[in-house]
Design a protein around this ligand. Sequence first.
Ligand code: ZN
Length: 286
Amino acid sequence: MKKSSTTYWLLFLITFACLNCSKEHPASDNEKDFNGCLGYAAGYKNSGTVGSPGTFTFKEAQNNKFLAQEVSIQRNFWNQVPATVSLLFEPSDAYRNAYALANGNIYFGYYLFYYMVNRFSVISPNEVSPLPVDGVLAHEWGHEVQFRLGWANYANNTERELEADFFSGYYMGLEKQWYWKQIQTYYTAIYSSGDYAFSSPNHHGTPGQRLNAAYTGLTTAVYEINNNVHYSYNQLHDIFRKNLEYIYKHTYNTTSLARDDNGGFKEVRYSRPVTRELIDRLKPTL
Ligand SMILES: [Zn+2]
């Protein structure tokens, strides 16, 4: 299989972000609560500065190349849902975040990038997993799918967020063929950390619900691969909604891979090699 637990991209990074920075925001008259990744607004003191579209200006060329390549891969994957990805230079690490806008822009925070890599990706000094950054970008692109398709049948904002997690897990399966054990390691850390500004159940669901949503997306992709079926965006939306009860209800046990009432998730199995041609044939369509 394409991905094993030992195959990771290599990136060479410098330690940059403060790993234990408080998310306490300094008080200001001209600040806005952006309410997670859908509430970005320009013109406030904490809005930061948006970089040139598609131009990534980290201090290391490897990071610029890595993010550019991942954007290119996701642009191809999220078929017929174009988005423009730009770096957002947050005012400080305390404001690290990523945003999806209804006008097709995705802002990936400069501080968030380093935070994700340093906090969640480092395996060894020269070995870094792409999963956290890829997962955040796929979550934001999932919101772009929602904007493009115009779905309005959400009971609350949490459902929108959980569906973005569903699309993130779906992407990890169909495009990257990661195993759940690998995804779970990183998503659990991100969802549970209280960072990514997304720990509030009012915004993004509980860590357990978010894992359930990502797992549902992953297993949907694996089902497509193994059974050679193809889903449109609308069909994926229906699958998410049919699984909402499970996503909301079940708790999880981070030490287990068995998905049932005993807690945890069962590992996925890719029953055949996944070629570029197969991915392109199965990726979602309008
Ligand atoms: Zn979101």
